[in-house]
Ligand binder design. Structure first.
Ligand code: TMP
Length: 210
């Protein structure tokens, strides 16, 4: 099973992925947990460039191709081999993030991005996508608090620093993608305690477990 987790900054993806991993382990399924960007050696280098708050001059198209390069390498090197070996894969962000952030957020052509996604992934689509939906105000407050706590406000703050309007477009973009593919997406209300949110995530995933 290939499951991706999407959402605005601070929507609680990593917490939920950790809880899903534990739950699957209790069922005897050792899932591979990974993320984009940064789930392979090339991706880690790209992540450093992409999220560096000093890179304010990055051109939107240059940024796009770095996310796509990360994805192509990560699918080929990490995700496909794991799925081929019969493992579950839980991935923090995937191509829906590119459509939401670079398309709906930055204004690049959405349909063209969908086509580029097929190229970057070799057509590998998730079986299920959990969209952790939250008003961006709430998510950004969480994300900024976390960045300060780990001293990352300089190096990992490029997207958090963008105006609220941008994050609202990203949220709406994710919701639009979920409306287009209701069979793949589960939209989960991400406010509340991690346990409450997890109960909703688990209910959505149970349908996909075979
Ligand atoms: P993260 O903090 O959830 O790991 O995500 C890294 C940042 O990169 C986040 O602000 C969203 C952004 N992003 C894109 O803009 N496009 C993409 O394709 C991906 C995967 C992430």
């Amino acid at each position: 099973m290939f499951v991706t987790f999407e959402g605005v900054e601070g929507s609680g993806k990593s917490t939920q992925i950790g809880l899903v991993r534990q739950w699957l382990a209790s069922l005897g399924r050792e899932a591979l947990v990974t993320r984009q960007p940064g789930g392979c050696a090339l991706g880690l280098e790209l992540r450093r460039i992409l999220l560096d708050a000093r890179n304010t001059h990055l051109d939107s198209t240059a940024e796009l191709f770095m996310y796509l390069a990360d994805r192509a390498q990560h699918v080929a090197e990490v995700i496909r081999p794991a799925l081929d070996a019969g493992r579950d894969v839980l991935c923090d962000r995937y191509h829906d993030s590119t459509v939401a952030y670079q398309g709906f957020g930055r204004g690049l052509d959405v349909e063209r991005l969908v086509a580029l996604g097929r190229m970057a992934t070799g057509g590998l689509a998730p079986h299920a996508t959990i969209l952790l939906d939250l008003p961006p105000e709430t998510g950004l407050t969480r994300a900024r608090g976390r960045n300060q706590a780990v001293g990352a406000s300089q190096s990992e703050g490029r997207f958090e620093a963008l105006e609220l309007d941008f994050h609202q477009r990203v949220r709406e973009g994710f919701l639009e993608l979920a409306r287009r593919e209701p069979g793949r997406f589960a939209v989960v209300h991400a406010a509340g305690s991690p346990e409450d949110v997890f109960a909703r995530v688990r209910a959505a995933l149970e349908a996909h477990l075979s």
